[in-house]
Design a protein around this ligand. Structure first.
Ligand code: HEM
Length: 414
């Protein structure tokens, strides 16, 4: 078997066999000069829990050093600034606010289901898993309806400016669109600041936030938190989680029906998806001093790839880890939302969205299956795991189901 290379696109659809070899034979592997891949659960958790030694790697290598605190994302910050900004998020995404939005989130899902229910087939990424987080981010974020279509392109542009060298045509085009989006956000912030009767959403919460010394957030900081952290942290990830969840339920014999009948399994299925096929497979840390991990010398300043997706398949922690299994118990210690002080701050929102989205489908479709010949193909971005598209056949309550004939009926899970 060819050696694992996290940057090789051709290995991305099915990396798990190579990752198992890595966990067994070379748990701290130098996969490129100065780039160390950490594949075992225990080591990943130890690194995540030592943020003093393993600091966040900047997500914009080409712009390193050029951005002040107002422009840094939460995921790029280190304590003590990180602790302060994280507190802002916890207040903005309170359980009370999330609960208040639950009926509106469900209404978004029902409206999308109406769009394909009678047709008998759908492409669930384009028609469902993609639009839901766009609308939910729009609703909770406090973006007016006409701004919702801007959110996914804004999220895509954030990826482009981090991946492309400054000055390249792709970089310049994305940068120009980001500037236009931020201009729009600044106008939105000013308009909302002037308003007397403000709706209870994240935009209002950011505007009204004051720290313990009574200082409000600057306009630039609100633009970063809302326009970048929330938009780019929550849209693509949630699309992939819902895509992977539906794929696993439909490719595991009996799973869709079991969850449909026994709804307490809905949150279990969501967490098992985060373990088995989490949208975020790997992230990065940088050691501040030379360290030794399992006898391997990792120099200060090197890139440490924290293989969350591999840790989630570690047979030392999860029995039969390649199986999607609804009987693992309710509190799986998976790494799908990371671990330690950077554990995903949007996790309660992501869980709420995906749970509502699944209930909306289970309520309407007693039968759903993968389209004949469907093959899982992963999005071409090595950090992420999610299907590019998901073609399904479905029958709404009262219509006859189509005959079972798709090739994944043997339950094989890529
Ligand atoms: C299924 C959906 C999601 C997945 C799988 C996911 C995954 C993750 C992971 C693995 C981390 C840890 C980063 C690290 O270790 O450096 C993280 C952090 C973060 N996520 Fe999420 N996320 C999801 C949804 C969301 C949503 C909906 C939001 C915003 C509304 C969000 C905002 C953030 C932010 C701001 C951080 C940085 C936290 C910190 O550094 O303290 N995420 N996420």
């Amino acid at each position: 078997m060819e050696q694992f290379d996290p940057f090789d696109e051709s290995q991305q659809d099915e990396p798990f066999g190579r990752l198992r070899v890595l966990r067994d034979d070379e748990p701290i592997a130098e996969v490129a000069p100065g780039v160390f891949y950490v594949s075992r659960y225990e080591d990943i958790v130890a690194i995540a829990r030592d943020p003093r030694t393993f600091v966040q790697g900047g997500l914009s290598p080409f712009e390193e050093g050029a951005r002040d605190d107002d422009l840094l994302l939460l995921g790029e910050m280190n304590p003590p600034e990180h602790t302060k900004v994280r507190r802002i998020y916890s207040s903005v995404m309170s359980q009370r606010r999330l609960r208040a939005f639950e009926p509106a989130i469900r209404a978004v899902c029902d409206e999308l289901v109406d769009g394909f229910a009678a047709r008998g087939h759908a492409e669930m990424i384009g028609e469902y898993a993609g639009p839901i987080p766009e609308a939910v981010t729009g609703l909770l974020g406090g973006f007016p309806r006409e701004a919702w279509p801007m959110l996914r392109p804004a999220s895509d542009d954030q990826v482009t400016v981090r991946a492309e060298p400054p000055g390249s045509p792709a970089y310049l085009a994305a940068r120009a669109r980001i500037e236009a989006f931020e201009e729009y956000l600044r106008a939105l912030i000013r308009e909302r600041t002037r308003a007397t009767d403000r709706p209870d959403d994240m935009l209002t919460a950011f505007i009204e936030y004051v720290d313990e010394s009574g200082n409000p957030l600057s306009e630039r900081k609100i633009v970063t938190l809302l326009g970048t952290d929330i938009v780019s942290g929550g849209i693509e990830t949630t699309t992939h989680l819902l895509g992977n969840l539906l794929y696993l339920l439909l490719s595991t014999p009996g799973a869709y029906d079991r969850v449909r009948v026994q709804r307490t399994l809905v949150p279990v299925a969501v967490d098992e998806t985060l373990r088995h096929s989490g949208p975020v497979q790997v992230l990065f840390r940088t050691p501040t001093t030379d360290v030794e991990i399992r006898g391997v010398h990792v120099p200060a300043g090197s890139m440490v790839c924290v293989g969350y997706g591999s840790g989630n398949r570690d047979e030392r922690v999860f029995a039969d880890p390649d199986r999607f299994e609804l009987d693992r118990g309710a509190s799986s210690p998976h790494l799908g939302f990371g671990s330690g002080i950077h554990l995903c701050v949007g996790a309660p929102l992501a869980r709420l969205e995906v749970t509502q989205a699944l209930h909306a489908l289970l309520d309407r479709f007693p039968t759903m299956r993968l389209a004949p010949g469907f093959r899982y193909r992963r999005v071409p971005f090595f950090i992420m795991r999610g299907p590019r598209r998901l073609d399904v056949e479905l029958s709404a309550e009262g219509t006859a189901p189509a005959p079972p004939d798709h090739p994944s009926a043997d339950g094989s899970i890529p």
